[in-house]
Design a protein around this ligand. Structure first.
Ligand SMILES: [Zn+2]
Length: 323
Protein backbone atom coordinates (compact mmCIF):
# COMPACT_ATOMS: atom_id res chain seq x y z
CA UNK A 1 0.00 0.00 0.00
CA UNK A 2 2.82 2.39 0.85
CA UNK A 3 4.36 1.85 -2.60
CA UNK A 4 1.04 2.83 -4.19
CA UNK A 5 0.86 5.98 -2.04
CA UNK A 6 4.37 7.04 -3.03
CA UNK A 7 3.65 6.45 -6.73
CA UNK A 8 0.39 8.45 -6.50
CA UNK A 9 2.01 11.33 -4.64
CA UNK A 10 5.02 11.37 -6.99
CA UNK A 11 2.69 11.56 -9.98
CA UNK A 12 0.78 14.45 -8.40
CA UNK A 13 4.11 16.20 -7.78
CA UNK A 14 5.47 15.75 -11.32
CA UNK A 15 2.29 16.76 -13.16
CA UNK A 16 2.12 19.97 -11.19
CA UNK A 17 5.78 20.67 -11.77
CA UNK A 18 6.40 21.10 -8.06
CA UNK A 19 10.01 20.85 -6.80
CA UNK A 20 11.65 17.82 -5.11
CA UNK A 21 11.16 19.16 -1.59
CA UNK A 22 7.46 19.91 -2.13
CA UNK A 23 6.89 16.44 -3.60
CA UNK A 24 8.42 14.86 -0.51
CA UNK A 25 6.25 16.98 1.76
CA UNK A 26 3.17 16.06 -0.27
CA UNK A 27 4.07 12.35 -0.01
CA UNK A 28 4.44 12.60 3.76
CA UNK A 29 1.18 14.54 4.06
CA UNK A 30 -0.80 11.95 2.05
CA UNK A 31 0.82 9.12 3.98
CA UNK A 32 -0.18 10.68 7.31
CA UNK A 33 -3.80 11.04 6.14
CA UNK A 34 -3.98 7.43 4.91
CA UNK A 35 -2.34 5.99 8.03
CA UNK A 36 -4.74 7.99 10.23
CA UNK A 37 -7.68 6.69 8.17
CA UNK A 38 -6.36 3.11 8.60
CA UNK A 39 -6.12 3.49 12.36
CA UNK A 40 -9.64 4.95 12.35
CA UNK A 41 -10.93 1.84 10.52
CA UNK A 42 -9.41 -0.42 13.16
CA UNK A 43 -11.52 1.34 15.77
CA UNK A 44 -14.61 1.38 13.56
CA UNK A 45 -15.99 -1.79 15.16
CA UNK A 46 -17.45 -0.90 18.54
CA UNK A 47 -17.56 -4.25 20.34
CA UNK A 48 -19.54 -2.94 23.31
CA UNK A 49 -19.66 -4.60 26.69
CA UNK A 50 -20.00 -8.31 27.33
CA UNK A 51 -23.43 -9.28 28.67
CA UNK A 52 -22.91 -11.62 31.63
CA UNK A 53 -25.59 -13.87 33.11
CA UNK A 54 -23.15 -16.20 34.84
CA UNK A 55 -23.43 -18.88 32.16
CA UNK A 56 -20.85 -19.65 29.50
CA UNK A 57 -21.91 -17.81 26.33
CA UNK A 58 -21.44 -19.75 23.12
CA UNK A 59 -22.24 -19.05 19.46
CA UNK A 60 -22.32 -21.79 16.83
CA UNK A 61 -22.13 -20.94 13.15
CA UNK A 62 -25.00 -23.19 12.03
CA UNK A 63 -27.71 -25.55 13.28
CA UNK A 64 -26.06 -28.99 13.90
CA UNK A 65 -23.19 -27.38 15.83
CA UNK A 66 -25.72 -25.26 17.73
CA UNK A 67 -27.62 -28.44 18.61
CA UNK A 68 -24.46 -30.25 19.80
CA UNK A 69 -23.23 -27.23 21.82
CA UNK A 70 -26.66 -26.68 23.38
CA UNK A 71 -26.84 -30.36 24.30
CA UNK A 72 -23.39 -30.28 25.94
CA UNK A 73 -23.90 -26.87 27.57
CA UNK A 74 -27.33 -27.68 29.04
CA UNK A 75 -28.18 -25.38 31.96
CA UNK A 76 -24.65 -24.03 32.27
CA UNK A 77 -24.32 -22.42 28.85
CA UNK A 78 -26.28 -19.94 26.81
CA UNK A 79 -25.92 -21.05 23.19
CA UNK A 80 -27.03 -19.09 20.14
CA UNK A 81 -27.04 -19.60 16.40
CA UNK A 82 -25.21 -17.31 13.96
CA UNK A 83 -26.61 -18.39 10.56
CA UNK A 84 -30.42 -18.37 10.76
CA UNK A 85 -32.21 -21.72 10.38
CA UNK A 86 -34.05 -20.95 7.16
CA UNK A 87 -31.02 -19.63 5.25
CA UNK A 88 -28.83 -21.70 2.89
CA UNK A 89 -25.56 -21.43 4.85
CA UNK A 90 -22.97 -22.09 2.10
CA UNK A 91 -23.67 -18.70 0.54
CA UNK A 92 -24.35 -16.76 3.77
CA UNK A 93 -21.84 -14.17 5.02
CA UNK A 94 -21.65 -12.22 8.30
CA UNK A 95 -22.29 -8.51 8.90
CA UNK A 96 -20.50 -6.12 11.29
CA UNK A 97 -23.34 -6.60 13.81
CA UNK A 98 -22.64 -10.38 13.75
CA UNK A 99 -18.99 -9.65 14.52
CA UNK A 100 -20.04 -7.42 17.41
CA UNK A 101 -22.49 -10.03 18.76
CA UNK A 102 -19.98 -12.90 18.60
CA UNK A 103 -17.28 -10.69 20.17
CA UNK A 104 -19.45 -10.42 23.29
CA UNK A 105 -19.39 -14.20 23.85
CA UNK A 106 -16.89 -16.67 25.31
CA UNK A 107 -16.75 -19.41 22.65
CA UNK A 108 -17.33 -19.35 18.89
CA UNK A 109 -17.83 -22.72 17.19
CA UNK A 110 -17.58 -23.27 13.43
CA UNK A 111 -17.56 -26.25 11.10
CA UNK A 112 -14.35 -25.64 9.15
CA UNK A 113 -13.06 -27.20 5.90
CA UNK A 114 -14.49 -24.37 3.79
CA UNK A 115 -18.07 -24.54 5.06
CA UNK A 116 -17.72 -20.93 6.28
CA UNK A 117 -15.60 -19.32 3.51
CA UNK A 118 -15.55 -16.03 5.48
CA UNK A 119 -14.12 -17.61 8.64
CA UNK A 120 -10.53 -16.38 8.47
CA UNK A 121 -11.26 -12.66 8.28
CA UNK A 122 -14.12 -13.08 10.78
CA UNK A 123 -12.01 -14.76 13.46
CA UNK A 124 -9.13 -12.31 12.78
CA UNK A 125 -11.45 -9.44 13.69
CA UNK A 126 -13.09 -11.07 16.72
CA UNK A 127 -12.44 -9.35 20.03
CA UNK A 128 -9.49 -10.88 21.85
CA UNK A 129 -10.48 -13.50 24.42
CA UNK A 130 -13.20 -15.26 22.39
CA UNK A 131 -12.15 -18.93 22.09
CA UNK A 132 -12.64 -20.25 18.55
CA UNK A 133 -13.30 -23.92 17.75
CA UNK A 134 -12.82 -25.58 14.37
CA UNK A 135 -14.99 -28.70 14.85
CA UNK A 136 -13.40 -30.48 11.87
CA UNK A 137 -10.03 -30.58 13.61
CA UNK A 138 -8.64 -34.11 13.58
CA UNK A 139 -10.63 -35.21 10.52
CA UNK A 140 -9.47 -35.59 6.96
CA UNK A 141 -11.76 -34.00 4.40
CA UNK A 142 -12.69 -35.51 1.05
CA UNK A 143 -11.51 -33.41 -1.84
CA UNK A 144 -12.52 -33.94 -5.44
CA UNK A 145 -13.62 -37.41 -6.54
CA UNK A 146 -16.35 -38.78 -8.78
CA UNK A 147 -19.13 -37.40 -6.60
CA UNK A 148 -17.50 -34.43 -4.81
CA UNK A 149 -16.30 -31.47 -6.88
CA UNK A 150 -14.58 -29.47 -4.10
CA UNK A 151 -13.44 -29.71 -0.47
CA UNK A 152 -16.30 -31.46 1.35
CA UNK A 153 -17.29 -29.99 4.75
CA UNK A 154 -20.43 -32.13 5.44
CA UNK A 155 -19.06 -34.18 8.37
CA UNK A 156 -22.19 -33.87 10.57
CA UNK A 157 -24.15 -36.18 8.25
CA UNK A 158 -21.95 -39.11 9.28
CA UNK A 159 -22.89 -39.76 12.95
CA UNK A 160 -19.38 -41.00 13.78
CA UNK A 161 -17.76 -37.88 12.31
CA UNK A 162 -20.32 -35.89 14.32
CA UNK A 163 -18.89 -37.63 17.41
CA UNK A 164 -15.52 -35.97 16.67
CA UNK A 165 -17.24 -32.60 16.22
CA UNK A 166 -19.13 -33.02 19.52
CA UNK A 167 -15.91 -33.90 21.35
CA UNK A 168 -14.12 -30.86 19.87
CA UNK A 169 -16.99 -28.66 21.07
CA UNK A 170 -16.96 -30.19 24.57
CA UNK A 171 -13.17 -29.75 24.81
CA UNK A 172 -13.47 -26.03 24.09
CA UNK A 173 -16.35 -25.52 26.51
CA UNK A 174 -14.45 -27.33 29.27
CA UNK A 175 -11.36 -25.19 28.62
CA UNK A 176 -13.42 -21.99 28.72
CA UNK A 177 -15.41 -22.96 31.84
CA UNK A 178 -13.40 -25.53 33.85
CA UNK A 179 -15.70 -25.14 36.91
CA UNK A 180 -18.37 -27.10 35.00
CA UNK A 181 -16.00 -29.57 33.34
CA UNK A 182 -17.66 -32.68 34.81
CA UNK A 183 -21.11 -31.49 33.72
CA UNK A 184 -20.01 -30.78 30.13
CA UNK A 185 -18.21 -34.13 29.97
CA UNK A 186 -21.33 -36.02 31.15
CA UNK A 187 -23.53 -34.21 28.62
CA UNK A 188 -21.01 -34.92 25.86
CA UNK A 189 -20.87 -38.60 26.81
CA UNK A 190 -24.66 -38.81 26.57
CA UNK A 191 -24.66 -37.06 23.18
CA UNK A 192 -21.91 -39.35 21.89
CA UNK A 193 -23.89 -42.38 23.06
CA UNK A 194 -26.90 -41.17 21.06
CA UNK A 195 -24.75 -40.53 17.97
CA UNK A 196 -23.24 -44.01 18.22
CA UNK A 197 -26.79 -45.43 18.52
CA UNK A 198 -27.79 -43.40 15.41
CA UNK A 199 -24.86 -44.96 13.55
CA UNK A 200 -26.02 -48.42 14.64
CA UNK A 201 -29.59 -47.63 13.49
CA UNK A 202 -28.27 -46.61 10.05
CA UNK A 203 -26.09 -49.74 9.78
CA UNK A 204 -28.97 -52.04 10.70
CA UNK A 205 -31.52 -50.00 8.73
CA UNK A 206 -29.53 -50.10 5.50
CA UNK A 207 -28.07 -53.59 5.93
CA UNK A 208 -30.40 -55.21 3.39
CA UNK A 209 -30.31 -52.51 0.75
CA UNK A 210 -30.78 -53.74 -2.81
CA UNK A 211 -29.57 -50.54 -4.50
CA UNK A 212 -26.40 -48.56 -3.90
CA UNK A 213 -26.83 -45.22 -5.70
CA UNK A 214 -28.87 -42.16 -4.77
CA UNK A 215 -29.44 -38.92 -6.71
CA UNK A 216 -29.97 -35.83 -4.60
CA UNK A 217 -29.93 -32.03 -4.79
CA UNK A 218 -26.44 -30.99 -3.69
CA UNK A 219 -23.18 -32.82 -3.01
CA UNK A 220 -23.70 -32.98 0.74
CA UNK A 221 -23.94 -36.68 1.47
CA UNK A 222 -20.57 -38.22 0.69
CA UNK A 223 -19.46 -38.83 4.29
CA UNK A 224 -22.82 -40.48 4.99
CA UNK A 225 -22.58 -42.49 1.76
CA UNK A 226 -19.02 -43.63 2.54
CA UNK A 227 -20.02 -44.71 6.04
CA UNK A 228 -23.01 -46.79 4.87
CA UNK A 229 -21.60 -48.00 1.59
CA UNK A 230 -23.57 -46.29 -1.13
CA UNK A 231 -22.85 -43.58 -3.72
CA UNK A 232 -24.52 -40.15 -3.68
CA UNK A 233 -24.72 -38.05 -6.85
CA UNK A 234 -25.63 -34.38 -6.37
CA UNK A 235 -27.18 -32.24 -9.12
CA UNK A 236 -26.06 -28.77 -8.00
CA UNK A 237 -22.50 -29.00 -6.67
CA UNK A 238 -21.17 -28.83 -3.15
CA UNK A 239 -22.63 -25.47 -2.14
CA UNK A 240 -25.77 -25.70 -4.26
CA UNK A 241 -24.66 -22.89 -6.55
CA UNK A 242 -23.46 -24.82 -9.61
CA UNK A 243 -26.44 -25.47 -11.81
CA UNK A 244 -26.06 -28.61 -13.96
CA UNK A 245 -25.46 -28.16 -17.68
CA UNK A 246 -27.87 -29.74 -20.17
CA UNK A 247 -25.35 -32.57 -20.58
CA UNK A 248 -25.09 -33.16 -16.84
CA UNK A 249 -28.88 -33.19 -16.54
CA UNK A 250 -29.07 -35.75 -19.33
CA UNK A 251 -26.44 -37.89 -17.52
CA UNK A 252 -28.47 -37.78 -14.27
CA UNK A 253 -31.65 -38.74 -16.14
CA UNK A 254 -29.77 -41.63 -17.82
CA UNK A 255 -28.38 -42.74 -14.43
CA UNK A 256 -31.85 -42.81 -12.85
CA UNK A 257 -33.24 -44.78 -15.80
CA UNK A 258 -30.34 -47.21 -16.16
CA UNK A 259 -30.21 -48.05 -12.45
CA UNK A 260 -33.99 -48.26 -12.24
CA UNK A 261 -34.02 -45.69 -9.41
CA UNK A 262 -37.55 -45.27 -7.98
CA UNK A 263 -36.85 -42.38 -5.58
CA UNK A 264 -34.70 -39.26 -5.88
CA UNK A 265 -34.19 -36.62 -3.19
CA UNK A 266 -34.73 -32.90 -2.63
CA UNK A 267 -33.66 -30.80 0.37
CA UNK A 268 -35.82 -28.27 2.23
CA UNK A 269 -33.18 -25.49 2.02
CA UNK A 270 -32.54 -25.86 -1.72
CA UNK A 271 -34.71 -25.18 -4.76
CA UNK A 272 -36.22 -28.49 -5.84
CA UNK A 273 -36.94 -27.48 -9.48
CA UNK A 274 -34.08 -29.60 -10.83
CA UNK A 275 -35.13 -32.70 -8.92
CA UNK A 276 -38.71 -32.11 -10.07
CA UNK A 277 -37.48 -31.94 -13.66
CA UNK A 278 -35.59 -35.24 -13.29
CA UNK A 279 -38.72 -36.71 -11.72
CA UNK A 280 -40.88 -35.53 -14.64
CA UNK A 281 -38.49 -37.11 -17.13
CA UNK A 282 -37.96 -40.41 -15.34
CA UNK A 283 -41.08 -41.03 -13.25
CA UNK A 284 -38.92 -41.33 -10.08
CA UNK A 285 -40.70 -40.03 -6.97
CA UNK A 286 -39.10 -37.12 -5.05
CA UNK A 287 -38.54 -37.69 -1.30
CA UNK A 288 -36.75 -35.45 1.20
CA UNK A 289 -33.17 -36.11 2.25
CA UNK A 290 -32.31 -33.24 4.57
CA UNK A 291 -28.66 -32.14 4.76
CA UNK A 292 -29.43 -30.59 8.19
CA UNK A 293 -27.86 -27.25 7.24
CA UNK A 294 -30.64 -25.55 9.18
CA UNK A 295 -34.18 -26.42 10.19
CA UNK A 296 -36.73 -25.32 7.63
CA UNK A 297 -39.88 -26.31 5.72
CA UNK A 298 -41.40 -29.55 6.99
CA UNK A 299 -38.44 -29.98 9.38
CA UNK A 300 -38.60 -26.54 11.03
CA UNK A 301 -39.68 -27.98 14.39
CA UNK A 302 -37.54 -31.14 14.33
CA UNK A 303 -34.12 -31.59 15.97
CA UNK A 304 -30.93 -33.15 14.54
CA UNK A 305 -31.82 -36.70 15.60
CA UNK A 306 -35.43 -36.47 14.40
CA UNK A 307 -34.30 -35.21 10.97
CA UNK A 308 -31.59 -37.89 10.73
CA UNK A 309 -34.13 -40.59 11.62
CA UNK A 310 -36.52 -39.38 8.93
CA UNK A 311 -33.57 -39.31 6.48
CA UNK A 312 -32.95 -42.97 7.32
CA UNK A 313 -36.57 -43.89 6.59
CA UNK A 314 -36.40 -42.17 3.20
CA UNK A 315 -32.98 -43.67 2.42
CA UNK A 316 -34.40 -47.15 3.13
CA UNK A 317 -36.99 -46.51 0.40
CA UNK A 318 -34.46 -45.13 -2.07
CA UNK A 319 -31.91 -47.88 -1.44
CA UNK A 320 -34.53 -50.58 -1.86
CA UNK A 321 -34.74 -52.00 1.68
CA UNK A 322 -37.96 -53.98 1.55
CA UNK A 323 -38.28 -55.88 4.80
ZN1 LIG B 1 -24.03 -28.41 1.93
Amino acid sequence: MLIAIIIISNNIGSTNGVGMKSRKLLSIFIMIILIAAGIGMLFFVDYGEEEEDGRLSVVASFYPLYYFADYIGGDNASVSLLIPDNVEPHSWSPSVSDLVAVSKTDVFIYNGQGFEPWIESFTDQLKEGVATVDTSEGMEALYGNETVSELDPHFWLDPLAAVVQAKNIAGAMIAADPDHAAYYQDQCDELVERLVQLDADYKIGLENKTKDVIVTTHEGFDYMALRYDFTAYGAVGISGEDQPSAGEMADLVDLVEELDIDYIYSEPLFDDAIMQQISDETGAEVLILDGVHGRSGPHAEMDYFEIMNENLENLRKGLGVTE
